[in-house]
Design a protein around this ligand. Sequence first.
Ligand code: BES
Ligand code: MN
Ligand code: ZN
Length: 495
Amino acid sequence: MQKDILIDSNTVSAPKKATVVVLVNENRKTTFEVEKMVGKALIERIVSVRGFKGKKLEVVDEVCDGKKGFDRLVLLGIGNTEQLDGDDWIKIGGAAFASLKDTDSADIYLTVAGEKLKDENILDFVLGLRLRNYSFDDYKTVSKTKDSHTKAMKLVLQLEDAKAGEALIERANSLADSVLLARDLVNQPANILGTKEFVKEVEKLEKIGVKVEILDEKDMKKLGMGALLGVARGSKRPPYLAVMQWQGGKAKDRPLAFVGKGVVFDSGGISLKSGAGMEGMKGDMGGAAAVTGLLKAVASRKAKANVVGVIGLVENMPDANAQRPGDIVTSMSGQTIEVINTDAEGRLVLSDALFYTKERFKPAIMVDLATLTGAIMVALGTEYAGLFSNQDELAGRLVNAGHKTGEKLWRMPLSETYDKIVDSKVADMRNSCGRHAGSITAAQFLQRFVGETAWAHLDIAGTAMEAPLNEYNQSWASGFGVRLLDRLISDNYEA
Ligand code: BES
Ligand code: MN
Ligand code: ZN
């Protein structure tokens, strides 16, 4: 549930809204216009009385006499603007939104003394406002009606250039909507969001020009997707492979492909997980959610690139019909897999999804996202997602996009010696190979299905859900990957 939030832009003029927000850098000088409109003396008084330093994300919130048309003034510190980096401006936007609790209208002066804000900074600020305005309370029957944050809000950005502001606000809004779609999908419980329901959400993207195809069990049987189908056997929910296409580039350009793990619930199957924390496995489709959000993002802004999204949707459940440890399945690639542990299901789903994507689309790059291993959290915690790649250029571009969006990636190794560990005694490979280097052996498994394609695998088990809350995410699901990959595309693949 989000409170309706309408964001407008205006060329700097006198405030009309109940609350005024002013950015203050560490020099504690505001622009001439702001001093005139809001009152230099008032700002200086707050600075001296409250000891406000203008440090990054420092906030003071003061009640005023209302004589100038507003009765509340928020000073928001932004520190040394030259040092602002990564997702700092998103955090500033998030902090601004948080400071507006209990108000329904505000003028926000997005101006800094002696500097011109970059478009990128304004876009990030709006993104921060929007992303902070999200909490998942669909199923709260009582508290949400009491929450002041469900009131509608009208924010006006006071900018040097209102016209340019409008376009930036529109772009930020569509990106925010895409991130929030991913968060919603991950937050929804598995009794509500099964494979069919996920497909319905994907089909909604047709309205904005995304071509959607749904492969069902019969289609996948014909293609020989024994690895993916083996996972689905224990569930009443039918498996699907959803294929989304955005054709914004030249017809002959090879597409950029994104592949997502979409396990709507991961009980572990016959190799049942222990009870503690199992409820979190409703989010085991975080990779698929990010890919869906990404397709929404690129279509909404009519990106000049051909983008393909492929997600494998299954539920991993124990049942009389479920696959067992020791079973051997044949993947679409023809390679056979010994199922050592039915809880290592993500790589089974991805092996067929990756192979299908590479064969059908011959993509220029292929990036998969998956809440794949607990081991990635042992290695990196919740701060960085694991990045594995067979191509330095793609890996470098991903790391850069991660830095700029705050969706940070840390590159992990792949090698022939790690690859050997994946060999099975009775089949071509096994899906589980012991505790050592668990996220690396999972990545090595995936690499056996990508051929020569420039490929990267993002293990987002630590970042897609239950990551630490911050200025712009207060929800269990973060929507990790949508902003990262949208940025990867806009920085590198759009002429
Ligand atoms: N979905 C899990 C990984 C996971 C764990 C994601 C915790 C988010 C939070 C995955 O399917 C899984 O169960 N992986 C096993 C693999 C093992 C059996 C080789 C794991 O990490 O323990
Ligand atoms: Mn599992
Ligand atoms: Zn899983």
